[in-house]
Design a protein around this ligand. Structure first.
Ligand SMILES: [Zn+2]
Length: 221
């Protein structure tokens, strides 16, 4: 069920108070509009009507797509240590509540970045596996290995047998596009399945670049 609460928030720039609707959970079946707002970056975003200052609210949110058997736990956070603690907390809470039994066959993801949340939704909406996509992103970034540290690669779209990725280089302040044929995805995906990577979760998972790096060095997650 989609749940929200209203909160008075003071603008950190101009001090004006504004009422913000904060969503704790977004269930896709409830409202296609809500999902559309999420994908366009309007959910849990504070926008000051008087000075246009905008910022993401710090509140966690649960995204649930019953039809795709996808659940994403989103906790906004930029610090790696805090991220690890939040993740452990989500794992512990869900073990205690016994909810995992009800989520058999699901993909369960934990993310801390809004763009990562949107990317995950997009990947699953395209019937793709984020584990395979993360491996392909590593392959793309390794083509310019010396620049990889400054770059973030995100899945863009998949159309007419071509996957498009956006590469943002923070040092050059440039965005590049990279295309990968769907056949490459299929081959990598089949390889991962053969090596034992499951298309569903046994618990909450962080599927990111370090996850993909561990997969490539022989860890089967
Ligand atoms: Zn303001």
């Amino acid at each position: 069920m989609s749940l929200n609460s209203k909160r008075e928030v003071q603008c950190p720039r101009c001090s004006q108070f504004t009422e913000v609707t904060v969503w704790d959970s977004v269930t896709v079946r409830d409202s296609a509009d809500l999902k559309r707002d999420l994908l366009s970056g309007k959910i849990n975003m504070f926008r000051c009507p008087s000075c246009s200052y905008s910022a993401l609210m710090p509140d966690p949110m649960l995204y649930h797509d019953e039809d795709r058997k996808l659940m994403i736990s989103f906790s906004p956070c930029a610090d790696d240590d805090v991220k690890r603690r939040l993740y452990e907390n989500v794992v512990k809470t869900s073990e205690k509540s016994g909810e995992l039994k009800k989520l058999e066959g699901y993909n369960l993801r934990f993310v801390t970045d809004y763009n990562e949340l949107l990317e995950k939704i997009l990947i699953f909406d395209n019937d793709l596996s984020d584990k395979t996509v993360e491996v392909i992103k590593l392959m793309i970034l390794s083509q310019d290995a010396d620049k990889a540290d400054n770059r973030v690669c995100r899945f863009g779209k998949c159309e007419n047998g071509v996957m498009e990725f956006m590469i943002y280089d923070s040092k050059e302040a440039m965005t590049y596009t990279s295309s990968v044929p769907s056949e490459t995805y299929d081959a990598v995906n089949a390889g991962l399945r053969e090596s034992g990577v499951k298309p569903y979760s046994f618990g909450w998972e962080i599927v990111d670049a370090s996850y993909a790096a561990r997969l490539l060095t022989g860890f089967n997650g």
